[in-house]
Design a binder for this molecule. Structure first.
Ligand code: ADP
Length: 476
């Protein structure tokens, strides 16, 4: 696989993280400042309305006690001092007709709303927004009933408030802009520092794919997610390295183990080609060829069987096996060879023990272990096979008084082709225990060993027991 995936900036993590930070930052500012803007706007309108109400109260009191010409002077004075486009007053009589108004040049159309005048005549105080011609901001107008059933109308511009809101909007815009820039820079810096750590992993992966298996990702003491990733990555590389080493060893071992029978085959074939060889010698050569072929086939078949058993995973066995009978049969098979060798072969097999599984492979698994015990134990030694039930587990122990296995070899003897050097004088190919373990694991169990050099070995084969005999039962 190529590492050189063209990195489009728009798809890059750095871009996406930066964009995310920026959008989040801007959204947060817009929500906070936007909310504040609307609250402020509401407050200003409320204040404006309250001030108009106060003015209504003040002038209503004046109108109630002063003749109209005095009121007119006061109101005109007020409008003159404030500005006629800023403020106006108008009084309507009980029929809704205007009886007095200050300068209305800037307020054309402000008397058109009869509904408000009538509502005010009925005693309601009414507010409205009014757009003066040529003014950028709408004014606020209030209608309210005063003494003698008349209506006082006051209009006032909101220019002051609008100015405050305009300033606010400018600040809003600037703050958003500054924060967007800050979020952009912060986001980019954060994304860069995060991605820098990720690049450590990428660099290590590239170095390893280029052949530098010693390369590892540096792990900082922060203990963050990248460190966890780096640790997991390093562990994975460690594991792959072990597997590659094992694979290399297995290939070496296969080559080594195939060489002997193939060389023998070659020599035998050469002998056969010698036409002058006597008939008896030719027959002997043919036997050697057959034996070598069998050895090769046996080796290849066992290798295939181990791979297939390991690849198949845990067996979903529904067949019940009379395991006690199976162990008896295996013992019967090896007892003569053991006795011929002068070994005391002892058995203690609990009857009627059942397990679920495959009878053929289970027999093979146990036979390999018993075969080893007999093979590696000298005359006058002892091999004992014990079958018992430990809770839900069925335990088969194969003990011998052979040479024992040194600690450094204990786990390795279950690897393919592994043979302790001192055992090489005996026949074998180092595949028996691998196959036994693969079979037991496929049955949900395992094979382990305890051993003391010079005392002997004790192999324990654990399987899952079946509580009662299931149909159909298979007898060996
Ligand atoms: P082999 O065909 O060599 O017996 P195995 O996989 O059955 O292959 O065993 C692997 C190695 O484990 C053997 O070569 C031997 O060195 C060691 N071993 C197995 N069983 C015993 C035992 N009962 N006593 C001592 N060594 C043993």
């Amino acid at each position: 696989m190529s590492w050189k995936i063209p990195l489009r900036y728009r798809n890059s993590l750095a871009f996406r993280l930066t964009a995310l930070y920026t959008i989040t930052g801007v959204l947060a500012v817009v929500v906070v400042l936007g909310g504040s803007y609307f609250i402020l706007k509401g407050q200003l309108t409320q204040q404006m309305d309250q001030s108009l109400l106060n003015e209504i109260e003040e002038y209503a009191a004046l109108i109630a006690v002063q003749p109209l010409n005095v009121v007119r002077d006061v109101l005109d004075q007020e409008v003159m001092s404030e500005g006629s486009n800023t403020l106006f007053f108008r009084i309507f009589d009980a029929d809704g007709k205007p009886i007095f108004a200050t300068d209305l040049n800037a307020w054309a159309g402000s008397d058109s709303n009869r509904t408000h005048i009538l509502a005010a005549l009925q005693g309601r105080t009414v507010f409205e927004n009014f757009q003066q011609t040529g003014e950028p901001f709408p004014a606020r107008i209030v209608y309210s009933r005063i003494s003698n059933g008349r209506v006082l109308q006051i209009g006032e511009t909101t220019a002051g408030n609008a100015l405050v809101l305009r300033h606010f909007r400018t600040v809003f815009f600037l703050v958003t802009l500054v924060l967007a820039l800050c979020s952009l820079v912060t986001g980019w810096l954060l994304a860069r520092s995060t991605l820098k750590s990720l690049q450590r992993v990428t660099r290590a992966a590239r170095a390893i794919s280029a052949g530098d298996w010693s390369c590892r990702v540096a792990v900082s003491d922060r203990g963050d997610e990248i460190d966890i990733l780096a640790l997991a990555f390093n562990e994975m590389i460690e594991r792959i390295q072990v597997l590659v080493r094992e694979l290399r060893n297995v290939s070496d071992d296969i080559a080594h183990d195939l060489r002997t029978p193939i060389t023998r085959l070659r020599v035998a074939a050469e002998n056969l080609l010698r036409r002058d060889a006597p008939r008896a010698e030719q027959e002997e050569t043919a036997v050697v060829i057959l034996e070598s072929c069998d050895e090769l086939l046996g080796l290849i078949n066992t290798m295939l069987e181990i791979s297939q058993t390991e690849a198949a995973g845990i067996l979903d066995a529904t067949v019940s096996v009379d395991y006690s009978a199976l162990v008896e049969d295996v013992c019967d098979l090896f007892r003569p060879a053991a006795e011929d060798k002068g070994i005391n072969f002892v058995t203690n097999i609990k009857p009627s023990v059942f397990v679920r599984g495959d009878i053929r492979t289970l027999r093979r698994a146990l036979a390999n272990i018993v075969d080893n015990a007999v093979k590696y134990t000298d005359a006058d030694g002892e091999v004992s096979v014990l079958l018992d039930v430990q809770g839900a587990r069925v335990a088969t122990r194969v003990k011998d008084t052979g040479p024992g296995i040194h600690d450094e070899h204990i786990e390795k003897i279950f690897s393919r082709f592994y043979r302790v050097d001192s055992s090489r004088t005996e026949g074998g190919n180092g595949l028996g225990l691998s196959l036994s373990r693969a079979i037991c694991r496929a049955h949900g169990g395992d094979v382990t060993v305890r051993s003391t050099v010079g005392v002997g070995s004790d192999f324990l084969m654990l399987l899952k027991g079946a509580e009662k005999k299931l149909e159909p039962s298979t007898r060996t």
